[in-house]
Design a protein around this ligand. Structure first.
Ligand code: FES
Length: 89
C-alpha cells in the first residue's frame, strides 16, 4: 500500500519522555525521522511537513508527542489514548 504523505506517521502510542538540556530543538512533525523525535530532514522526501522549532529553557523531562496527533505539538496531550491499538502502560 502506498504511504499517505499528507498524514504524519504514528511512531508510538505513548509519550516519549526525555530529559532535555536547555536549547533549541527541531521536533519532527512528519514522524518519518530516523532520529525520533527530532527532525533529520526525512520530511523532504515527498511530504509538506516542517519541523517544529522548540526552545527548552531549563533542564527538564519533556513529554514529546510520539503519535503526532497532539493538539499541543510537539508536546503530548494524551491524544494517543484515542488511537486504535492503544493500551495503557
Ligand atoms: S523529518 Fe519529520 S519533520 Fe523533518
Amino acid at each position: 500500500m502506498m504511504e499517505d504523505n499528507t498524514k504524519p506517521k504514528i511512531r508510538g502510542l505513548h509519550s516519549l519522555r526525555l530529559l532535555m538540556e536547555p536549547g533549541e530543538y527541531y521536533y519532527c512533525s512528519c514522524g518519518r525521522t530516523n532520529n525520533n523525535p527530532f527532525c533529520d530532514s526525512s520530511h523532504n522526501e515527498g511530504t509538506n511537513f516542517k519541523p517544529i522549532p522548540t526552545k527548552i529553557h531549563i533542564k527538564q523531562e519533556v513529554k514529546w508527542c510520539d503519535c503526532r496527533m497532539s493538539k499541543t505539538l510537539p508536546f503530548c496531550d494524551h491524544s494517543h489514548r484515542e488511537l486504535p491499538g492503544y493500551q495503557p502502560k
